[in-house]
Design a protein around this ligand. Structure first.
Ligand code: SF4
Length: 439
């Protein structure tokens, strides 16, 4: 008779990139015969995959570790905050082990040490596409780890190291398995998607028997052959990105670009040491729209960075008014422990940051509303996320899950299910979402 499977509880915090790490660790645990426990109490050990990007995330991670210790007592910590072992041990000396970001092997070794696997692994229970934490019809596809940039406010390179791209054959293989298992939308993520393959010198790899360069454009073409949407996140506006836009116009990948711009003033971008700080972003955006008028542009910005003057902020407002981006997130700058930016002079007082944040958001809210209004009357294909008794929740090409808006379809619809595509016509809009009816 087989012994009962040892049970591991799992807590996953932070961004989609961390979620991908969690999925890999969970897949490995299941492959080795561990059972995944939904509660702390029933688990023999708990793994907490942490985030350490901003101070609020550090606190959330330390709280989650504390909660797991109180409820279970046996805790292994991994993820970005794992790079700061001393801080974790100072707050929670009882943790069994601490490993850093994407250290799958070390996490597994820590689990083996503190909770040996049963001698009867249920390897056949692991589906070939692995274990995913996102709904069945969309999945994050991580194409690289780490980052070669050194933005002054960011500590990710010191936590995760330099860029390390996965060979294109491996990425396309994973995408194919995901699509075979029912995934209808692939969300390409990394710290710097445009840089994919730079570290490998765009080395050739084999994809389905053919040699293909490890490069973003080639990856987009390969993913574009699959019967699923491909959506690109974290793309910096380098000239090479221009070559992706015709693929969007052709319908190979979604006409959607998530470009983290962070500011509109070249002076502040240089203080931030941002990649592509001197690219002519407004010209570039105009060029993209000329080739692919339907493109949806998403970005994030920081207001109140160290040294930001009223003139710099005005320049930023001028930038967003001209760029007329569709989806925008904005944050008041908050210092990250260990970031180089902390040594810069002239911090902006909190009330000024908040005032700028509000002014920024008011202007952008109007732009976003106008952009949504422009969609009314358009026909589009949507991907259904949820089917309810009297309405459907879906997303269009311009809506990434979790961060953008929705497309809502009133009424009871038979024979459709989450993960189906549906052709609709847009009939209305509110601040974030569109309303539509099937055509
Ligand atoms: S591009 Fe900049 S902000 Fe993004 S991970 Fe790299 S260093 Fe951090």
């Amino acid at each position: 008779m087989s012994s009962p499977s040892p049970r591991v509880g799992f807590v996953s915090l932070g961004c989609p990139k961390n979620l991908v790490d969690s999925e890999r660790i969970l897949t490995q645990l299941r492959a080795e015969g561990y059972a995944i426990s939904p509660s702390y109490q029933d688990a023999d050990l708990v793994v907490v995959n942490t985030c350490g990007f901003i101070d609020a995330a550090v606190e959330e991670s330390l709280d989650a570790i504390g909660e797991a210790i109180d409820a279970n007592g046996r805790v292994v910590v991994t993820g970005c905050l794992g790079g700061r072992e001393a801080d974790i041990r100072a707050a929670h000396p009882q943790v069994l082990a601490v490993t850093g970001a994407h250290a799958y092997q070390e996490v597994m070794e820590a689990v083996h040490t503190h909770l040996p696997p049963s001698d009867d692994p249920f390897t056949s229970l692991v589906p070939p596409q692995g274990i995913r934490l996102t709904p069945r019809h969309y999945a994050y596809l991580k194409i690289s780890e780490g980052c070669n940039h050194r933005c002054s406010f960011c500590i990710i390179p010191s936590l995760r190291g330099d860029l390390l791209s996965r060979p294109i054959g491996e990425v396309v293989g994973e995408a194919e398995r995901l699509v075979e298992s029912g995934v209808r939308e692939l969300l390409v993520v990394s710290q710097d998607t445009s840089a994919y393959g730079v570290d490998l010198k765009y080395r050739m790899d084999i994809v389905n028997g053919r040699p293909v360069e490890t490069r973003l454009e080639a990856l987009a073409r390969e993913l574009g052959q699959l019967p699923a949407w491909t959506r690109l996140h974290y793309v910096y506006p380098y000239p090479s990105v221009d070559r992706l836009i015709p693929l969007m116009a052709e319908g190979l990948i979604l006409p959607y670009l998530d470009v983290p711009l962070q500011h509109g003033s070249e002076r502040i971008l240089k203080l931030m040491k941002r990649p592509a700080a001197t690219e002519k972003v407004l010209d570039r955006i105009a060029g993209w729209r000329a080739i692919c008028p339907d493109i949806t542009l998403r970005s994030t910005f920081i207001v109140g960075f160290l040294g930001e003057t009223e003139d710099d902020f005005d320049e930023l407002l001028g930038f967003i008014q001209e760029a007329r981006l569709d989806r925008v997130g904005c944050f008041a700058y908050s210092a990250v422990d260990g970031a180089v930016a902390n040594d810069l002079p002239d911090p902006v007082p909190d009330e000024v940051k908040q005032d700028r944040l509000q002014r920024f958001m008011e202007i952008q809210a109007e732009i976003s509303r106008d952009r949504l209004a422009g969609r009314v009357g358009q026909e589009m294909t949507v991907l259904i996320d949820e089917v309810h008794e009297d309405h459907i929740v879906a997303r269009g090409p311009g809506d990434a899950p979790e961060v953008d808006g929705l497309v809502l379809i009133e009424g009871a619809w038979e024979g459709v299910t989450a993960g189906d595509f549906m052709a609709v016509q847009v009939t209305g809009y509110d601040e974030h979402d569109l309303f539509a009816e099937p055509v």
